[in-house]
Ligand binder design. Structure first.
Ligand SMILES: [Zn+2]
Length: 409
């Protein structure tokens, strides 16, 4: 099995981390900011040194291409993003881009040609920290979001995506989409599972299903001092019981089922008024669509039971749904075969977070490779990884991509 040059990759990761370096050891390169531009230029320079051809599409996605021997073949893509959270880490996204570069550099070292071309993609605004939604560039590339709509999105200062693209010089001409043979994204796990299980590699089977619900509980606002307890219709005590029921529901669907109440609002709250109306959000996750459907039905029935017993009225409305996204069986098998042959400690895993690969999976055969991050910590300046995991993950990427692209003898 082929191996990459871990020291060279680590040096590139550390050089990129210097662009927008923060005081506490992280990086800040907001999408299409001055720092993002400098980071992209650093990457582009490395790509030109490696003899790659650069192109930019209408949403600023940057591609670096290594030609294959078959001029008709569609490219095998690798990649991720170089933008970060405002107080971001050094590896989220950056790892997938620079792992792709290291694959190309290593093939050059070894004088290996591939039948299909290789492309490294840098997707625009993956983080969603400057422009909403997240994963903007890959959404536009895959036709999930219309270009015109994306270009008109504004940041907090009223700067549109179109203006930011123009200012940074990333308003490119390459056509969106096109034919992609396959997409492989290496990424840090951003959670604690691999580290907890002492595994170096997660073979990602897909992205989990997500459902967001808006819940409104209505009772009767009344005086805190004059209303006997049995005569109250307290929306907050009802909501509290509902929230406990939601935690219990996750237990019934463990370990795949996850429930979160991340926002709660007491309407017209006052310390001496019984809450008359409470709104809260529910985030449901599960690996499988069929299971999340049952979870949602259970949320509705369990919350309704509590409301009925307390004389409260209840509404549960869907806010956003994202179906489960299974990755391509052949691409996942290519990753699995690579990691088996390399003999690294590994396990199957489902992606808990959103990634550009989730959009790509609906567009072309796709797979992901996860490596652990220390303490499961991400979206944090202290985000860290072990150099040996960085190396192993990229070894897997190299061999999986080579299988897919076809080594020319
Ligand atoms: Zn990321």
């Amino acid at each position: 099995m082929l191996k990459i040059n871990g020291e060279r990759l680590w040096a590139s990761l550390m050089a990129m981390a210097e662009i927008g370096a923060t005081a506490r050891g992280g990086s800040c390169r907001l999408a299409l900011s001055g720092e993002d531009k400098v980071g992209r230029e650093l990457f582009s320079g490395w790509c030109l040194d490696a003899g790659l051809t650069l192109s930019i599409d209408g949403i600023g996605n940057l591609f670096a291409r290594r030609a294959g021997t078959d001029p008709q073949a569609a490219p095998v893509m690798m990649g991720s993003h170089l933008d970060t959270q405002p107080e971001g880490g050094r590896f989220d996204g950056v790892y997938g881009v620079l792992a792709g570069l290291e694959v190309v550099r290593r093939l050059d070292d070894l004088g290996i040609k591939t039948r299909k071309p290789l492309e490294i993609a840098v997707w625009t605004n993956e983080e969603g920290a400057r422009f909403t939604p997240a994963m903007l560039g890959s959404a536009v590339f895959t036709g999930t979001l219309a270009l015109e709509k994306a270009l008109s999105i504004e940041d907090n200062d009223g700067v549109t995506v179109a203006q930011a693209l123009k200012r940074t010089g990333y308003d490119g001409q390459r056509a969106l989409g096109g034919t992609v043979d396959a997409y492989f994204e290496a990424h840090i796990e951003q959670g604690p599972i691999l580290e907890d299980n002492a595994k170096s590699i997660g073979v990602v089977s897909g992205g989990q299903a997500i459902r967001w619900l808006d819940v409104c509980v209505e009772g009767m606002a009344a005086h805190a001092g004059t209303t006997p307890m049995p005569l109250r219709k307290d929306a907050l005590y009802g909501a509290a019981q509902m929230i406990q029921a939601l935690e219990a529901l996750a237990g019934d669907f463990a370990p795949e089922g996850l429930t979160t109440v991340g926002q709660l609002n007491i309407a017209k709250s006052s310390r001496n008024t019984i809450p008359g109306m409470v709104n809260f959000t529910v985030d449901l996750r599960h690996h499988r669509d069929a299971a999340i459907e049952v979870m949602e039905q259970q949320v509705r029935s369990r919350l309704q039971d509590i409301a009925a017993k307390r004389g409260l009225s209840l509404s549960v409305n869907p806010h956003w749904i994202s179906p489960a996204t299974p990755f391509d069986a052949d691409c996942v098998a290519a990753v699995q075969q690579a990691v088996d042959a390399l003999g690294y400690a590994q396990q199957p895993i489902v992606s808990g977070a959103g990634h550009d690969a989730i959009h790509l999976a609906r567009f072309c055969p796709t797979a992901m490779i996860f490596i652990p991050c220390v303490g499961g910590l991400s979206h944090n300046e202290a985000e860290d990884v072990l150099p040996e995991d960085v190396r192993r993950g990229t070894d897997v990427l190299l061999n999986a991509v080579l299988t897919r692209a076809g080594q020319v003898e």
